[in-house]
Design a protein around this ligand. Structure first.
Ligand code: ATP
Ligand code: MG
Length: 561
C-alpha cells in the first residue's frame, strides 16, 4: 500500500519496468517505439482497457513513438461495427490519437500465405479430430499429449486439405490447422496449437470471403510483426503465450516484435468481463452499455468522469508485474480531484423541505451574487434569485437536535449560503405528524455575511428559491454489486446474485434556475451535495442529473489523511 501512497502523492519518480525495458531497447538502437492497442470489437471498452490505452499511448508519447489502434477481429461470431465505432470514440475521448487504424482481418491474406509456408516447411498440419479429441490428446501438465493420427500427413495432403478448408468444402468443426511443435512440451500451449478453425459466418468486414479464421495466437504476433510493433504490451495471463508468439515469428523469419506483460487492472466492486457485461445489457439489468453503473468508458463519461481524471487514475495505479486489486475509492478520488478544480458550483436541493420567511416581503425577489468556483477566480460569479419561500435540505433541519448540530432547529439560527441568517420560529406538520414546512424569520442586516448585532452563527446551508426552482430528477448511484469481488461467487450462485438493489436511487429535487441553461454532459458541484453531470435523458420538462461522486473522500480517509 505504501507504494501506492507514493504514487498518489507523486513522490515515486523512478521508471516503471516497461519504461526500463523501452529505455534499454532505445540504448540498443531502437529508433522509433511503436506500440498498439488491440481490442476485440465484441463489446464496449471498460476502465481496464482505459488503463491499457493510457499505458500503450502514454509510453509511445513519452518516448517520441506512436501507437496503432488494431481491431483484433478474428472471431466473426461475436463482433460488430457498433463496437468498432464505440472503441474509436472512447480512445479519442481519452485524449489519444492513433498512428494507424488496422484490422487483423486486413491481414487474413498474408496470414493465410504464411500458414501455407508453415505447411510447406512441415511445421503445420490439418487435423480431422474433433474438438474434444484434440482437447483430450493435449494431455495434462504432468502427462504428455498424444500425437494426432493425422499429425504426419504429407505436405501435399496438408496443402490440399487446407486449401479445401478455405474453399468451404468442410462444415464447421470438421478440420483445423495445427502448428506442429511438440506434443510433450511442458507449456501446454506449445502442444500443437490450433492456428485455423472453420467458421461459416459472415465477417463484419470481410463478408463471406473467408470461412476459416485464425486463432488469437496465430493472428496476434503476426499482426504485430506486419505493423512492425516494437513493444507488444499485454496483460499477465498472456505470459504463457509468449513462447508461441516467438515461435511463429521465428519460424516465419519476420519482423521480431516482442511481447511484454503487465498486471491487468482489477477494481473492487467492479466486474470487467465483456461477456458478463453483455449479459447485464441483454437482460436489461442496466439501462445499456453506458448505464452510469457500468465500468465502461462510455458509462464513466455519462456519469460525469473527465478524460483527465481517468488518465490520472491510470497514472496513479501504475504498472505492476503481479495481479492486484485497486480500491474503487481511488478512481473516485481522481474524479473528485479534477472536478474540484474545473466544475462550477451550483445550488440544488435533493430532499426538499419548504421554508417560508415570514418577515421577508411578499412578491419580492432579489439577486444574490454567488461565486462559481472558489478554486478558479476566472470562473466569475452568477446571480441567484432569493425570495420569501425557499427549499432547504430536509437533513438540514432537526426538530430535536443533538449537541453540536449547527444547522437549523427550532429557535436556532443558520446562515443561508450567499444570503441571510434565518431563525426557525415554527414547525408545520401534516395530519400524520410529518414536517411539511418551516416558518422562519430572517435578519435583514445579515445579507453581507455579518449579523445585526455581531452574533456568530456556525452553520451554513444551501437553498433554492421556490418560485424560481427548476424541478430535477437526480440519479444517485452506488456500486452495481454488493460484493467486493463480484467474480468470486459462492457455489450455486452467479454474479447476478450479488447485484446491489440500491445501485440507483432516484430523487426529485430542485435546482437554482441558472441550471436551465445546462447542456447534456455539463458538470457541476452541487454545493454540499456532490458532483453531478447532466444526463442525456433530460427533456424540456424535466432535467436529469447523474451523481458522479459524492464530496466525501473515502480514499484520503483510508490513507489516514
Ligand atoms: P474479454 O476477455 O472480457 O473479452 P479482453 O480483456 O480480452 O476482454 P480485449 O478487447 O481483448 O478484451 O482487450 C484489449 C486490450 O486491453 C488487451 O491488450 C488487454 O490486455 C487489455 N485489457 C483488457 N482488460 C484489461 C484490464 N482489466 N487491465 C488492463 N488491460 C486490460
Ligand atoms: Mg481478448
Amino acid at each position: 500500500m505504501s507504494e501506492l501512497i507514493n504514487r498518489v502523492t507523486g513522490e515515486e519518480k523512478s521508471l516503471n519496468f516497461l519504461e526500463e525495458i523501452i529505455e534499454e531497447s532505445i540504448k540498443k538502437g531502437e529508433k522509433r517505439i511503436l506500440t498498439r492497442f488491440p481490442p476485440e470489437p465484441n463489446g464496449y471498452l471498460h476502465i481496464g482497457h482505459a488503463k491499457s490505452i493510457c499505458l500503450n499511448f502514454g509510453l509511445a508519447r513519452k518516448y517520441g513513438g506512436a501507437t496503432n489502434l488494431r481491431f483484433d477481429d478474428t472471431n466473426p461470431v461475436k463482433e460488430d461495427v457498433e463496437y468498432v465505432d464505440s472503441i474509436k470514440e472512447d480512445v479519442h475521448w481519452l485524449g489519444f490519437d492513433w498512428a494507424g487504424e488496422h484490422y487483423a482481418s486486413d491481414y487474413f491474406d498474408q496470414l493465410y500465405e504464411w500458414a501455407e509456408e508453415l505447411i510447406r516447411k512441415g511445421k503445420a498440419y490439418v487435423d480431422d479430430q474433433t474438438q474434444e479429441e484434440i482437447r483430450q490428446g493435449r494431455g495434462t501438465v504432468t502427462v504428455p499429449g498424444t500425437p494426432s493420427p493425422w499429425r504426419d500427413r504429407s505436405v501435399e495432403e496438408n496443402l490440399d486439405l487446407f486449401r479445401r478448408m478455405r474453399a468451404g468444402e468442410f462444415p464447421d468443426g470438421a478440420k483445423v490447422l495445427r502448428a506442429k511443435i511438440d506434443m510433450a512440451h511442458p507449456n501446454m500451449l506449445m502442444r500443437d496449437p490450433i492456428m485455423y478453425r472453420i467458421i461459416h459466418t459472415e465477417h463484419h468486414r470481410t463478408g463471406n470471403k473467408w470461412c476459416i479464421y485464425p486463432m488469437y495466437d496465430y493472428a496476434h504476433g503476426q499482426s504485430d510483426s506486419i505493423e512492425k510493433i516494437t513493444h507488444s504490451i499485454c496483460t499477465l495471463e498472456f505470459d504463457v503465450h509468449r513462447p508461441l508468439y516467438d515461435w511463429f515469428i521465428q519460424e516465419l523469419g519476420i519482423f521480431p516484435s516482442h511481447q511484454y506483460e503487465f498486471a491487468r487492472l482489477n477494481l473492487t466492486y467492479t466486474m470487467m468481463s465483456k461477456r458478463k457485461l453483455l449479459q447485464l445489457v441483454q437482460n436489461k439489468v442496466v439501462m445499456g452499455w453506458d448505464d452510469p453503473r457500468m465500468p465502461t468508458i462510455c458509462a464513466l463519461r455519462r456519469k460525469g468522469y473527465t478524460p483527465e481524471s481517468v488518465r490520472a487514475f491510470a497514472e496513479r495505479v501504475g504498472v505492476a508485474k503481479r495481479d492486484n486489486v485497486i480500491d474503487l475509492s481511488l478512481l473516485e478520488f481522481c474524479v473528485r480531484e479534477d472536478l474540484n478544480k474545473v466544475a462550477e458550483r451550483r445550488m440544488a436541493v435533493v430532499n426538499p423541505l419548504k421554508v417560508v420567511i415570514t418577515n421577508y416581503p411578499e412578491g419580492k425577489t432579489e439577486q444574490r451574487q454567488c461565486i462559481n468556483n472558489p478554486e478558479n477566480p476566472d470562473a466569475g460569479t452568477r446571480l441567484v434569485p432569493f425570495s420569501r419561500e425557499i427549499y432547504i435540505e430536509r437533513d438540514d433541519f432537526m426538530e430535536e437536535p443533538p449537541k453540536k448540530y449547527y444547522r437549523l432547529s427550532p429557535g436556532k439560527e443558520v446562515r443561508l449560503r450567499y444570503a441571510y441568517l434565518i431563525k426557525c420560529e415554527e414547525v408545520i406538520k401534516d395530519g400524520k405528524g410529518e414536517i411539511v414546512e418551516l416558518r422562519c424569520t430572517y435578519d435583514p442586516m445579515s445579507g453581507d455575511g455579518s449579523s445585526s448585532d455581531g452574533r456568530k452563527v456556525k452553520g451554513v446551508i444551501h437553498w433554492v428559491s421556490v418560485p424560481h426552482a427548476e424541478k430535477v430528477e437526480l440519479r444517485l448511484f452506488d456500486t452495481l454489486f454488493t460484493k467486493e469481488d463480484p467474480d468470486d461467487v459462492e457455489e450455486g450462485k452467479t454474479f447476478i446474485d450479488y447485484l446491489n438493489p440500491n445501485s440507483m436511487i432516484i430523487k426529485t429535487g430542485y435546482l437554482e434556475p441558472s441550471l436551465k441553461e445546462a447542456k447534456v454532459g455539463d458538470k457541476f458541484q452541487f454545493e454540499r451535495v456532490g458532483y453531478f453531470c447532466m444526463d442525456k435523458d433530460s427533456t424540456s420538462s424535466l432535467l436529469v442529473f447523474n451523481r458522479t461522486v459524492g464530496l466525501k473522500d473515502s480514499w484520503a480517509k483510508m490513507q489516514g489523511k
